[in-house]
Design a protein around this ligand. Structure first.
Ligand SMILES: [Mn+2]
Length: 335
């Protein structure tokens, strides 16, 4: 549900954009589908209003997101012009774009549009809606406030943001509003299968080969609730996979029936990087916390100063204890 506070913040942001002529959109470094989709969607919508809008990020649009419309307005070179407004999408702090970003770009107003934690600094003009499944939802509402002409390209960019951050309307972040906005974006000309096939059914062959090898060599607990695999440099080389392809491979282990805690142990300099994914009552964050790691309830990570095989054995044992301790009460309660 939207609160009046959000409405006031949204109106304030809309007012700033209405008055701005040159606008620079941006998102956090190593951008994802929500940041790029909402940023380029806003960029296209604002351009349709006759404004001069650009999107900047120090990192390139990831290969699997290059199809998002509007990339002709994306730049990795920090523009030197003066902007009436700089707008950060999908992050609270401008330093997440790059260190000192706000001091490096000439601007009159700085604006944050985000759906994470409320912005701690009241002096920053921010609209934060934690109930938004994706920032693309917020961008859509904003463009409607501004009565921006919205064509199928703008709608497609926003739709990419929406289905990515809601897991195609599967995650708990999905609300009736997410689905209503999804419907409106389809009415504005989005081809849902064209987008879904680019996002979810275009896995590069090396990645598929990598996943096959990993699942084949995966360690699975007798109870079937804990799964773990080791990612070595040799395996990456042997399958021809690239860094991009490692994104999300741990989710394949979590997606196996019965698995509640999945781990990827990767060979890195000085030891192992452990990535955790969980579901149900098992907390990935609680697990990572034991090792001084960080993350979100169902996705966390930490570093361990041991070689991968040793690290795997050690975390596997801990994982079994955690899965036992945290899942049984839920299972009992369900009976
Ligand atoms: Mn997001």
């Amino acid at each position: 549900m939207e609160t009046p506070v959000h409405d006031a913040d949204r109106m304030r942001v809309a007012e700033i954009l209405r008055k701005s002529r040159r606008i620079l959109l941006t998102t956090h470094a190593r951008p994802d589908a929500d940041g790029i989709g909402s940023g380029l969607g806003l960029c296209l919508g604002l351009r349709a209003m006759g404004k001069e809008a650009w999107m900047y990020n120090p990192d390139d649009i990831p290969a699997h997101l290059q199809f998002i419309p509007g990339r002709q307005y994306f730049t990795r070179i920090l523009p030197r012009d003066l902007f009436d407004a700089v707008v950060l999408c999908d992050a609270a702090y401008f330093d997440r774009v790059r260190n000192g970003f706000l001091t490096q770009v000439k601007h009159r107003r700085a604006v944050v549009i985000d759906h994470h934690d409320p912005h701690p600094d009241p002096r920053v003009i921010s609209w934060v809606d934690q109930n938004a499944g994706a920032v693309g939802e917020m961008a859509w509402l904003l463009l409607k406030d501004l009565q921006a002409p919205i064509n199928s390209e703008t709608a497609t960019a926003l739709y990419v943001s929406l289905i990515s951050d809601t897991g195609s309307f599967r995650y708990e972040s999905t609300t009736p509003r997410s689905m209503r906005i999804g419907a409106e974006l389809l009415e504005a000309g989005v081809n849902p299968w064209a987008v879904a096939s680019r996002l979810y059914e275009s896995t590069p062959l090396p990645k598929m080969k990598l996943v096959a090898r990993l699942i084949d060599g995966m360690k699975l607990s007798p109870c079937g609730r804990v799964a773990a695999f080791v990612m070595t440099e040799e395996l990456i080389r042997a399958t021809g996979a690239s860094e991009d392809h490692l994104q999300g491979v741990v989710n394949y282990a979590r997606s196996i029936e019965g698995v509640e805690l999945a781990m990827m142990v990767r060979e890195v300099e000085g030891g192992s990087a452990v990535t955790i994914r969980s579901r149900g009552n098992v907390s990935a964050l609680g697990f990572a916390d034991i090792y001084g790691g960080k993350g979100m309830p169902n996705a966390a990570s930490f570093h361990l100063g041991r070689p991968v095989e040793q690290a795997l054995d050690s975390v596997f044992e801990t994982a079994l204890r955690i899965a036992d301790g945290q899942s049984m009460p839920l299972a009992e309660a369900a009976e």
